[in-house]
Write a protein that binds this ligand. Structure first.
Ligand code: SF4
Length: 345
C-alpha cells in the first residue's frame, strides 16, 4: 500500500497512470483533494468515479496525523501534539500574528544534534519524518484553525523538532509540494527553514532555489559554539559563514543569522562586539531570541536590559537586528521547548 501523501506531483501522476490505469488528468483532481481541500477519505473525492475511488482504496492509504492533545497559551499560541501512524509523537505550534497564523513545523522525531539549550536535543534522535508526516502537520494545523473559525494559516517556519538539513530529501520534496499552486500553495517567501548549517546540504539546497535558510549561529566564536552546540560546531564557524556567503540570494535578500541569548553565556557587549567582527561586512541580519527557561531550565534567561543593549550595539554597528517575541512559553511551545512528551506537557 502506498502512502498517497508521500508522493510528489510527478510520482502521483505515475501512480495514477501506471497503477490506477486512469487518465493523466485525474492527477490534478486527486492532488487538489489531497492538498487544497485536505480530505481524509478517498470517498470524499466526489468528482472521481466510484470504481476509481475503490481502486485508490485498494492500492493506497490516506492518513493524517492524529491530534492527541491541544494546548492553548494565554497569548493565543496553540500547540498540537500529533501522533504519527507508527505511534511516534511530534509537536507543531500555531503562532498568532495579527490577522494570520504562522506554523512551526517539525522534521524529525527527536534530534541528534543535542544542542545544550534545547529540550528536543535532550530527547535524542528517533527517526526522520516523511513528507507525508511533515506536511501532515500543515493539514492538521490548517484544519484546526478552520474548524475553530480562527485566522488563516499564512506562514511556515521549519523550526520545530529536528534539524531540517539532516532530513534533506524529505525537506526538499516537502518544499516543492508546498509551492505547488494547485495544492497548499505556499510561496517561498512565506516559508523559513532554520538550520544549524551543514556545508554540503546548504550547497544542494542553494541549487534548488527553493528557500533561503536562516542559520542558527548562537555564538560569535568557534570556541563558544563548541560549548553550547558541540555537534553543530563540527562545521567550523568560518566554513559555515563562507558557505552562506556563496548561497545564491535573490535581489534584496539577506541571510538571517539567529542568535539565542543565554544569560551570562553569550549575551555581553563583548559577545556583541565579536558578532560584529564576523558579520559586520556580510549581507545579513540578526534575529535575537531571548532564552526561555521554562520550569526545567538548562540555562538562565538573559536580563531584558542586556537583550536591548545587545540589539542596540548591533544597530549602532549598522547590523539590522530584531528581537523575536517569544510566544507560548506557558505551554512549552516556545523555541527550544518542544519535547513531545505527553506526560511532561
Ligand atoms: Fe536539534 Fe534544533 Fe534543538 Fe539543536 S536546537 S537540538 S538542532 S532541534
Amino acid at each position: 500500500m502506498i502512502d498517497i501523501l508521500n508522493l510528489d506531483y510527478g510520482e502521483l501522476e505515475n501512480f495514477v497512470v501506471k497503477e490506477l490505469k486512469a487518465p493523466k488528468f485525474r492527477t490534478k483532481q486527486i492532488w487538489q483533494w489531497l492538498w487544497q481541500k485536505g480530505v481524509c477519505d478517498f470517498d470524499e473525492m466526489t468528482n472521481l468515479a466510484k470504481k476509481l475511488r475503490d481502486e485508490l482504496k485498494n492500492k493506497a492509504v490516506l492518513t493524517h496525523p492524529q491530534v492527541d492533545v491541544v494546548q492553548t497559551s494565554k497569548d493565543g499560541t496553540i500547540k498540537l501534539l500529533l501522533r504519527l501512524a507508527d505511534g511516534a509523537l511530534v509537536e507543531t505550534v500555531l503562532i498568532p500574528m495579527e490577522s494570520r497564523y504562522t506554523q512551526c513545523l517539525s522534521t524529525q522525531v527527536g534530534c541528534a544534534m543535542g544542542c545544550t539549550f534545547c529540550n528536543t536535543g535532550l530527547m535524542g534522535f528517533e527517526r526522520n519524518m516523511t513528507m507525508s508526516e511533515i506536511l501532515g502537520q500543515v493539514l492538521a494545523g490548517r484544519k484546526y484553525l478552520q474548524d475553530n473559525n480562527l485566522n488563516p494559516l499564512k506562514n511556515l517556519v521549519f523550526m520545530g523538532m529536528g534539524e531540517p538539513l539532516l532530513n534533506l530529501d524529505n525537506l526538499i520534496k516537502s518544499l516543492k509540494t508546498l509551492n505547488n499552486p494547485e495544492g497548499l500553495s505556499f510561496v517561498p517567501r512565506r516559508i523559513t527553514v532554520s538550520s544549524v548549517g551543514f556545508i554540503k546540504p546548504l550547497e544542494i539546497l542553494g541549487e534548488t532555489g527553493l528557500t533561503l535558510p536562516a542559520i542558527s549561529l548562537h555564538a560569535p566564536t568557534q570556541e563558544l559554539r563548541e560549548k553550547i552546540m558541540p555537534k553543530a560546531a563540527k562545521t567550523h564557524i568560518d566554513d559555515l559563514l563562507a558557505a552562506m556567503d556563496k548561497f545564491p540570494l535573490k535581489p534584496r535578500e539577506r541571510v538571517t543569522y539567529e542568535y539565542l541569548l543565554l544569560g551570562g553565556v553569550n549575551d555581553s557587549i563583548e559577545h556583541a562586539r565579536q558578532l560584529v567582527r564576523i558579520l559586520g561586512h556580510r549581507k545579513c541580519k540578526v534575529n535575537l531570541i531571548a532564552y526561555n527557561p521554562g520550569d526545567r531550565p538548562l540555562y538562565e534567561a538573559p536580563a531584558r536590559e542586556k537583550v536591548l543593549a545587545f540589539e542596540k550595539y548591533l544597530w549602532d554597528k549598522k547590523i539590522t537586528a530584531t528581537i523575536r517575541r517569544s510566544m507560548g512559553q506557558d505551554i512549552k511551545a516556545a523555541c527550544g521547548q518542544l519535547k513531545a512528551d505527553r506526560l511532561d506537557s
